[in-house]
Design a protein around this ligand. Structure first.
Ligand code: ARG
Length: 470
């Protein structure tokens, strides 16, 4: 119909360039299931309210079932001339069932239709993402469980700070991804509200039952203001914000995986299938997957900027600007889902059905981690704490230990390698038991407060996460 002019009002058709410019079908067709589902719920309500006849509803249902099959099998012919997914499906429906198809759009506008479609589509994607966030947390917890006693140099400023359990470090990411999942669940509540019934912007003259449509579509409620219903995209913005934050967490983890894999750390290996070689340097195995994830984080954050900027100058109510919400939103979802999937497997490995075990996750080089922790006087704080227990004020203890570290550096030994007489020169109250707190393991065990890195605490956290994640 649109290879002609839009309606009798128009004196000429669109130029081909304008058609291409305004058309969205080649990206919004991926919402086809939401579009049909929304239309069916609308039609069912129109019939219940006696706005259309029961046999019109039956024709619409029959036609839509056929269209569903055509799209699924790839037989459906998408037409640029028909602008978007909504007009393509409606035109085909009318072709199939005649006047009943023309009655479907009663009391509806593409403005409330598209807002509904995006919400339905996003809702199911959020559900997938929530599942993937659980998988990733489980992978991290599984690796943590095997590495509670493995000691990693904890860093601040990327300088060796204090020893931590490698499991404790991984569980820090579990906390982040758990909050990401909470944010997704919270966004979902606001996504899951029904715009349909707002029509173009002001509501409609037909006695629609919006609550009924919301119920049919499994939505939590109905948008309460018709102007807001058709023009709000803040649900998409907050989703993208939550996705950006999640990607930032992935990106930080990527940065660490990349560092840990570097020859100068050699803390871990990731399976070869997540790495690539070099076309010139035969010895290379590069961590492309975490690097790309770090890079793709920029792209998702960019989509957040794009969407938020899209909204800033729009007057109420619907404006065509909003058609630009889809590509950034779709790409955010695609990028986040792929990244979460790949990270679950890269960290935790793949289930081998023969053994029932997961294989090919990250491999931990515990001796390299411990050796690195031994390099940076990571137990200096423990020595200060030891002196405090002997009665020194903490600030004095801090200064005393600085002198001890200086001496150890000049002899190129660890604090634990200084003989007792030498340590006693710094403070005579130091006794033989000091060596217990100067060891990495002693230091670790001593941090036995809630949320601390002592193995007992870390095990308690693992148990809590396992119960939470099921
Ligand atoms: N393709 C449009 C979009 O994505 C659908 C709504 C069009 N509405 C309109 N009045 N032109 O937003």
């Amino acid at each position: 119909k649109k290879s002609e002019a839009w309606s009798a009002l128009f004196s000429e058709p669109m130029s081909d360039l304008v058609k291409r410019y305004t058309s969205s079908v080649f990206f919004d067709k991926r919402m086809w299931q939401a579009d049909i589902t929304g239309s069916l719920a609308h039609a069912e309500m129109l019939a219940a309210q006696k706005i259309i006849a029961a046999d019109d509803l039956a024709s619409i249902q029959k036609g839509m079932a056929q269209i569903w099959g055509e799209i699924e099998s790839g037989a459906f012919e998408w037409k640029l001339d028909l602008e978007d997914v909504h007009l393509n499906i409606e035109a085909r429906l009318t072709q199939l069932v005649g006047d009943a198809g023309k009655r479907l759009h009663t009391g509806r506008s593409r403005n409330d239709q598209v807002a509904t479609d995006v919400r339905l589509w996003l809702r199911s994607e959020i559900d997938l993402i929530s599942g993937l966030l659980i998988d990733l947390q489980k992978s991290l917890v599984e690796v943590a469980e095997k590495n509670v006693e493995v000691i990693l140099p904890g860093f601040t400023h990327l300088q060796v700070a204090q020893p931590v359990s490698f499991a404790h470090h991984l569980l820090a990411y579990v906390e982040m991804f758990a909050r990401d999942a909470e944010r997704m669940a919270d966004v979902r509540r606001r996504v899951n509200q029904l715009p349909l019934g707002a029509a173009a912007l002001a509501g409609t003259t037909y006695p629609l039952d919006r609550e009924r449509v919301a119920k049919t579509l499994g939505m939590d409620g109905v948008c309460q203001n018709s102007l807001d219903a058709v023009s709000d995209r803040d649900f998409a913005i907050e989703f993208t914000a939550a996705a950006s934050l999640c990607m930032v967490h992935i990106s930080r983890m990527s940065e660490e995986l990349i560092l840990w894999m570097s020859q100068n750390f050699s803390f871990i290996k990731i399976a070869d299938r997540f790495t690539t070689g070099s076309s010139i340097m035969p010895q290379k195995k590069n961590p492309d997957v975490p690097e790309l994830a770090r890079g793709k984080t920029g792209r998702v954050v960019g989509h957040l900027m794009g969407l938020i900027t899209l909204m800033k100058g729009q007057p109420l109510a619907y404006n065509k600007d909003n058609q630009e919400d889809k590509e950034p939103l779709f790409d955010t979802v695609d990028t986040l889902k792929d990244t979460l999937r790949i990270f679950s497997e890269m960290v935790g490995g793949q289930l081998n059905p023969a053994t029932g075990q997961k294989e090919g996750g990250i491999t931990v080089n515990a001796p390299a981690m411990e050796a690195a922790a031994l390099k940076g006087y990571a137990t200096a704080t423990d020595l200060a704490d030891y002196l405090v227990k002997k009665g020194l004020p903490f600030r004095d203890a801090h200064e005393t230990v600085a002198h001890a570290v200086k001496a150890a550096i000049s002899h190129q030994v660890d604090l634990s390698e200084l003989p007792l007489q030498v340590l006693q020169e710094f403070n005579p109250s130091i006794e033989k038991d000091v060596y217990e707190c100067l060891s990495l393991r002693g230091s670790l065990n001593a941090r036995n407060t809630l949320g601390g890195t002592a193995p007992a605490q870390v095990r308690a956290q693992i148990t809590r996460h396992q119960a939470r994640l099921g």
